[in-house]
Design a protein around this ligand. Sequence first.
Ligand code: UGA
Length: 452
Amino acid sequence: MRKIAVIGVGYVGLVTAAGFADLGNRVVGMDIDEEKIEKLRRGEMPIYEPGLEEMVCRNMKMGRLSFTTSYDEALDGAEFVFIAVGTPPGADGEADLRYVEAAARSIAEHMRHPLIIVNKSTVPVGTGDWVTQVVKQHQKEPIPFSVVSCPEFLREGNAIQDFMNPHRIVLGSTDPEAAEKVAQLHLPLRAPIIVTDLRTAEMIKYASNAFLATKISFINEIANICEAMGADVKEVAVGMGYDPRIGPHFLEAGLGFGGSCFPKDVQALAYAAEVMGRHPQLLRAVLDINQDRRRMAVERVKEMLGGSVAGHVVGLLGLSFKPNTDDMREAPSIDIARYLLDEGARVRAYDPIAMDNARRILPEVEYFPDPYSLAEGADALIVVTDWNEFKHLDLERIKNLMRRPVLYDGRNIYDPKTMFELGFIYRGVGRGYPAPENPEPPGLTMAKAGGL
Ligand code: UGA
């Protein structure tokens, strides 16, 4: 049984701690937030994540997982210490490393025996080298240690599943022995293990998130063009996805990406590139396209309501940045609600679990207990988050409850034909536009655009 300390029991840290405990290790989760640790000791989760509570409680009962606010207790006898603290965005989009620095410093001050320090947080390229320096500077006496980068690839709402079934484990280190030991820890997960240097491992994480974000902005740009040309982006994505070089995943057009990772990581990478004198044009475009999605949703609803949302009641179906989470960080719903409010709309919303978090960010919005009460008397509804429960609504009932049956489907969860048949004034993203009755030869459209 190996002993592991995990510093920071936020999202990544808690899943990592529970996951390694479940694999049979002895894990201590450490956080400076006393309230959080108290809650965890009582078996209360600070975040919503399917399967997490059960896994944490089971491993606490088995004596493999415990929580503390004390570095001494966490590091006592530990062979590995994982850093999993937050790296929030700074004022210019750079990653704020103050928590990583504080963790490195405290580890240095409290270590009594050799340690392998494993960094899980998403940190700018070069942070591993810097952490090595910070630890060396703050050690009371020189005790050997190694720093290994082991970026996480967990998705919120799927984190336990992703921890137990990773597509790959990336390890970066200058110390092959330390990397080998961290690799051993991951062996039960039966995933390919890539061992490289620290900076390359850190970059793999950023490049992966930036690429996924690029896929989303790409398909959203195609969706805009589909709208103008009468094609259906959903089917375009299916047709593209069969090419194994493209793949079928992450090609869902909609209101763009949110959450605590993609927006922050793409920004941090672009910022770091600029600091180094590079011009990350593609990354900037990915972010711009993503921001435009939110404005675009409001523009479409305005069109559907005859030019203005002022005085109209607009209901948001879903608030969290994606389904199966109550996370509101960078959620498209925030900008959409604010744009609508700025333009004089009355905004109401329903979300299965994110309403408590949303109330703090959007106090001007009126909250409803279910989709039907939300629809009652509304002039328009916008599907903002693709929660499963929205896919199975009684749409006829929804339509009859609304003052005007305007529905903008920002996540393409409904079939346009069914919606038209039900009598909705419906629009999806990049689809659902019947071809014009007297079309011009398509060649002309391309030629006018300079395509021929
Ligand atoms: C993302 C990555 O998927 C994880 O691999 C990574 O570990 C994590 O960031 C991180 O860096 O910590 P997450 O932010 O939980 O995970 O969410 P995703 O499920 O990837 O979705 C991100 C956003 O993209 C959501 O707003 C979602 O609605 C949007 N999205 C996703 C689309 O708009 N279209 C798609 O086709 C897919």
